[in-house]
Ligand binder design. Structure first.
Ligand SMILES: Cc1cc2nc3c(=O)[nH]c(=O)nc-3n(C[C@H](O)[C@H](O)[C@H](O)COP(=O)(O)OP(=O)(O)OC[C@H]3O[C@@H](n4cnc5c(N)ncnc54)[C@H](O)[C@@H]3O)c2cc1C
Length: 320
């Protein structure tokens, strides 16, 4: 039987020291929901597992700082994240199951670097920065630079991901993540799309009951005379490339433009041209491209909806 040593350091420095002692032939383990699968499949055969669960520095959770060791469940239960960083909240609500969310961490999801990692696209559109600690000190890496290839990140030499910092968002900004799956639960995304939209006005709110009950796709008609423009936008796509990516050309096409069905549809078309999905058991490439077109539009509308209708009562899942 394969055997390994198991350590539970209490500080980042202690963990780094252990990794050095094993000359890199050790694996950090947080929730273990990816690592244990790889151990069982014998794709990982380290001399030691270094648990990160006891390191308090990794569990810090403030409004704009999320420790790598924070579990998906903790994020799901955080009201401030739900309201202000809604895309991330959308993602953790659909990640695995309650049991998985109870132990799996946001840091593990990002360090595992799967193209399907549910928290990757939301953190990309939220402009998250990864704060990384290693023997050489601290590095701050924009998340967009963090992913290198499937299962590969910029982490090197036993570095530990400490936390994510997220810039504050203005009131005229909304974000959303849509995970497209065959099943409602316990499924990886066929594709995942996140969007963050900042509009040019601070005081735009749906005031009448029609807005509270109609579908988001009809919202634009109520704001047709408002000169509603996209001041800034981020779009991120998962499972359309070897790593989660931003649709930067699509963002550029919409930035500064009037928000209308036409401009949003045009941005979605451009996002399709930026995607290069492959065939897999979950979906074929042509289907993924079709769904990029559909879901980029929906994610933008869902993010916009959160600016125009901040009242949480108008977010039943059936809209999406
Ligand atoms: C049944 C099941 C369902 C799942 N469903 C989903 C899903 O719907 N969506 C999804 O995205 N994922 C899913 N996953 C995958 C997994 O749960 C997530 O990727 C999870 O977030 C991993 O976190 P963890 O804490 O368990 O990581 P671990 O397994 O402990 O670690 C994963 C990797 O990250 C490294 N690591 C962890 N923390 C750090 C750190 N702070 N610094 C440096 N390296 C670190 C580890 O060394 C390892 O390489 C599922 C897994 C299972 C078993």
């Amino acid at each position: 039987m394969f055997r390994y040593e198991y350590y539970r350091p209490a500080t980042i420095q202690e963990a780094l020291g252990l990794m050095e002692r094993f000359n890199g032939d050790a694996v950090y383990i947080a929730g273990g929901t990816d690592v244990m699968v790889l151990l069982r499949q014998k794709k990982l055969t380290p001399k030691a597992l270094i648990s990160l669960r006891n390191i308090k520095e990794l569990s810090r959770k403030e409004e704009l700082i999320i420790g790598a060791g924070v579990t998906h469940r903790e994020i799901q239960q955080d009201d401030a994240i739900r309201k202000r960083f809604s895309a991330l909240h959308d993602a953790v609500c659909r990640l695995g199951s309650t049991q998985i969310r109870n132990v799996a961490t946001v840091g593990g999801n990002i360090c595992n670097a799967a193209p399907s990692a549910d928290t990757a696209c939301p953190l990309l559109v939220l402009d998250a920065e990864a704060v990384v600690v290693g023997a050489g000190g601290i590095r701050r890496i924009p998340l967009d630079d963090f992913f290198v290839a499937p299962g590969k990140t910029l982490l090197q030499g036993g570095e530990i991901l400490k936390e994510f910092t997220i810039p504050g968002l203005t009131a005229n900004t909304g974000s959303a993540y849509i995970k497209h799956t065959r099943r409602a639960a316990m499924d990886l995304p066929i594709i995942g799309i996140a969007a963050r939209v900042t509009v040019n006005k601070n005081d735009l709110r749906c005031k009448d009951t029609i807005c509270a009950t109609s579908r988001s796709s009809e919202l634009l008609t109520y704001f047709a005379d408002e000169d509603l423009r996209c001041e800034d936008i981020r779009i991120a796509m998962g499972v359309v490339a070897p790593r989660p990516i931003r649709a930067k050309a699509a963002e550029a096409a919409l930035r500064g433009q009037l928000i209308s069905e036409e401009t949003v549809a045009r941005a979605a078309e451009i996002a399709v041209s930026e995607s290069s999905p492959r065939d897999s058991v979950r979906g074929e490439a042509w289907y993924r491209k079709e769904m990029v077109k559909v879901l980029v539009q929906r994610a933008i509308m869902k993010a916009l909806d959160r600016v125009l209708r901040p009242d949480e009562m108008v977010y039943p899942d059936r809209l999406w």
